[in-house]
Each structure stands twice: as structure tokens, then as C-alpha cells.
Write a protein that binds this ligand. Structure first.
Ligand code: PLP
Length: 406
């Protein structure tokens, strides 16, 4: 079948219906622009859901990928490989971590983190220390363990008996955590900014309080930085701006800037509990993925890039506020760096999908986070000029919706 026969209806014929993709099919991208099969152009403020941190088709990533492709694609973990060790060294040199485990997706990195926490507790304190505390609206992936840790039971219901001993609490409510956490708790898992759950930032007091309570009860503090990591919030990892050092940090999404790879970062004293044979994954540490991630790491981990993220955050916030001054559609603009959410007000409550679809009509790709929040997660290197153009399109989309309403 040639490309010209690939149409959106084919999705419904041949794909498992767990996604509902838009009608248009993107076929190429450059920087923060994307083109569909009909050559319609879109500005991309989705960044592949916080993945394409350096935009599409970044020339240096293409060079790195093609150079590695000519050398070694895959060797299995019977061997180690140079790109994996190079990337691990960069992660160790630039974070709290002393040890790295590579996986392929955010869920897998979190799965490893939760298993490690259980194993540390089992080895050091015995079989009774198994409780994992997680938070409502949190999102940690779709494996059965991680989706059960996630804070929306609708995602984990209906698949049979769930992994046991996971307790959910209110995010940012330290007194509730204080009441529930105990010496039976082996880990507290949380995002430093709930992405899927509505772009809800953590308070520094809560982050620091979780740290203190984990210390008190010998529980591991797991920061899920799958969405916030690799520069998204204007820090290399969000924990760096919160004055806390977690025991485990997970990273995925932007780590490979579009090439699938994930990592679990931790300290030696915890890592040593995953002895040979206790955990693994075929593709973890794949040379192609690690080579691309290594180059992406160098390009993202610069002061210029981090300052750029903070500057662009202000630019987008100003535009969103100006749109709101004119059309009164948002209740609040929140988030950090280039992970921003515009919460719809009472009048437009739960209509995020309408704004998403109308934006696409205007040639603008945005995200939603639940039914009530518009989410923006563009490439970290998007230009100011493209942000201005994107915001004009968003303004037109908002205007159309408001006019339809009156
Ligand atoms: C915070 C967080 N954790 C974990 C995941 C799961 O990552 P993946 O879809 O790569 O398994 C996501 C995905 O959106 C996420 O935002």
C-alpha cells in the first residue's frame, strides 16, 4: 500500500480503538511547525506532549542518530554499550543521582522505581513495609502497577485485581499525609507538577514536608519527572527548584527529545538492592536511544536554554492574560516554565476539547489536561516569533468560540 492510501478511516479499521486521533495526519515537522498530508501547516505547542523538547527534525539530533545507526543499533544487556554509559555519566554528573537504570517509557521507569522501593523496604525492614502513598490526579503511566498508583481510578478499574497496598491522598495536603504515613510506608510517589491531572504545581512546603516525613518513616521519596524533567520547568529537573533531593527521580518524554527512552535515577545505597537478575528490560539502554538522548542532554542542559524557557513562559503568560482580558474565558493560568495550563472559567467549564479542536482549525496544535484545562508544552527552543504567531491563532480560536456563544 502506498502512502497516498493512508487515511484517517484506516485507523478505525486496523488500530485498537484506545486512542481517538484528530482527522489530520501529520507527515513532517521542522522546529515547532508540522505539516499534514494535505500540506496544511500547524504551529506545534504540544511538543508531542512534552517530548519534542528540541522541536522536530533537529539537525544535530539527526546527525547523531544517523551516525549511531551506521555503527550499532542494539546489543542487549548481556553487554553494555558506549552511548548508554556516556548518557549515564552525564545524568550522574548533573543530578543528585549516583546510579541510572534505563527503560523505554515513563511507565516503565516508574515501575522500576516502585519495585525498587518495595525491594529496599523488604531487604532492610521486612515483609510488612509495603505501603505506597500516591496522590489523587497524579499520573504515572499505564502498566498495572503505575496506573494503580495514578490518582484516577477510572484508568485502573475494570482490569481485575489491582496491585495492593497503594493509598491515595490529596496533593499538596501535608497534614493529611502526616496522619497517614507510617513505618509501613515504603515510598511516596508524586509529580513535582501534576501534568495530566491539570497542570497543578506542587507547593515547595509540601515537597519539603514530604521529604521530612519520608525521612522520619524510612520511606523513599519518588519524584516522577517524566513530564517535568529535562528542562521543561526551566530547571534541568524540577526538584532542583524546590530545595528537596528525592531518593528516586524518573525521566522519560524529553529525555530522548522524541526518541523513546526513559531513566530511573537513584543513589547507590538504594540501587544496590536491584541485584543481577532482579529487574531488566530488553531495549533499556539501547545505543540509538542513548546516543540521541546524550546529544539532546548537551543541547538542553545549558544556562541559555533554561533562561530561554523562563523568558518564553513569561511571554506565553502575557499573551494568555491579554486574551483573557479581552474574552474572559480563563479562571487561572498556572504551571511552570513551558508546561502551562489555562483553566477554563465557569462559563466554559469542561469545554477544553472545543478550544483544542477550534485551535486545530486555526492551524494551532495545543493540548488539554482533563476536560477543563488547556495545556501548552511547546519545544523548549521555540522562537519568540512563533509564540507570537501561535498566540494570534489561539486568540482567533477563542474569539470564534466566544462569538458562537453570544
Ligand atoms: C508524570 C508522568 N508519568 C508517567 C507518564 C507515563 O509515561 P509513558 O506514557 O511514557 O509511559 C506520563 C505520561 O504522560 C507522565 O506525564
Amino acid at each position: 500500500m502506498s502512502d497516498t492510501h493512508i487515511t484517517r478511516p484506516l485507523f478505525d479499521q486496523v488500530m485498537v480503538p484506545n486512542y481517538a486521533p484528530l482527522e489530520m495526519i501529520p507527515v513532517r515537522g521542522e522546529g515547532s511547525r508540522v505539516w499534514d498530508q494535505e500540506d496544511n501547516e500547524y504551529i506545534d505547542l504540544t511538543g508531542g506532549i512534552a517530548v519534542n523538547a528540541l522541536g522536530h527534525a533537529h539537525p544535530e539530533l539527526i546527525t547523531t542518530l544517523t551516525e549511531q545507526a551506521q555503527k550499532l543499533w542494539h546489543v542487549s544487556n548481556i553487554y553494555t554499550n558506549e552511548p548508554a554509559l556516556r548518557l549515564a555519566q552525564k545524568l550522574v554528573d548533573n543530578t543528585f543521582a549516583e546510579k541510572v537504570f534505563f527503560a523505554n517509557s515513563g511507565a516503565e521507569a516508574n515501575e522500576a522505581a516502585l519495585k525498587l522501593a518495595r525491594r529496599v523496604a523488604f531487604d532492610k525492614f521486612g515483609i510488612q513495609k509495603t505501603e505506597i502513598i500516591a496522590f489523587y490526579q497524579g499520573f504515572h503511566g499505564r502498566t498495572f502497577f503505575t496506573v494503580t498508583a495514578g490518582g484516577q481510578s477510572t484508568y485502573s478499574d475494570g482490569f481485575g485485581p489491582k496491585p495492593a497496598d497503594i493509598t491515595h491522598l490529596e496533593y499538596n495536603d501535608l497534614s493529611e499525609l502526616e496522619k497517614v504515613i507510617s513505618d509501613k510506608t515504603c515510598a511516596v510517589i508524586l509529580e513535582p507538577l501534576q501534568g495530566e491531572g491539570g497542570v497543578l504545581p506542587i507547593t515547595p512546603e509540601f515537597a519539603q514536608g514530604v521529604r521530612a516525613l519520608c525521612d522520619k518513616h524510612n520511606a523513599l521519596m519518588i519524584f516522577d519527572e517524566v513530564q517535568t524533567g529535562m528542562g521543561r520547568t526551566g530547571e534541568l529537573f524540577a526538584y532542583m527548584g524546590l530545595n528537596v533531593i528525592p531518593d528516586i527521580v524518573t525521566s522519560a518524554k524529553a529525555l530522548g527529545a522524541g526518541f523513546p527512552i526513559a531513566a530511573m535515577l537513584t543513589k547507590t545505597c538504594f540501587a544496590e538492592h536491584l541485584k543481577v537478575g532482579t529487574h531488566g528490560t530488553t531495549f533499556g539502554g539501547n545505543p540509538l536511544a542513548c546516543a540521541v538522548a546524550g546529544k539532546a542532554f548537551d543541547l538542553i542542559n545549558t544556562q541559555e536554554m533554561m533562561l530561554g524557557v523562563k523568558h518564553k513562559e513569561q511571554l506565553i503568560r502575557q499573551h494568555l492574560e491579554a486574551i483573557n482580558d479581552e474574552f474572559s474565558v480563563f479562571k487561572e493560568i498556572r504551571g511552570a516554565g513551558l508546561l502551562l495550563g489555562a483553566v477554563l472559567n465557569e462559563q466554559y467549564k469542561d469545554q477544553a476539547k472545543t478550544f483544542f479542536l477550534e485551535s486545530a482549525q486555526q492551524g494551532l496544535l495545543i493540548l488539554v489536561a482533563g476536560a477543563n484545562v488547556l495545556r501548552f508544552a511547546p519545544a523548549l527552543n521555540i522562537s519568540d516569533d512563533l509564540i507570537e504567531q501561535a498566540m494570534l491563532k489561539l486568540k482567533q480560536a477563542v474569539k470564534n468560540i466566544v462569538n458562537k456563544d453570544t
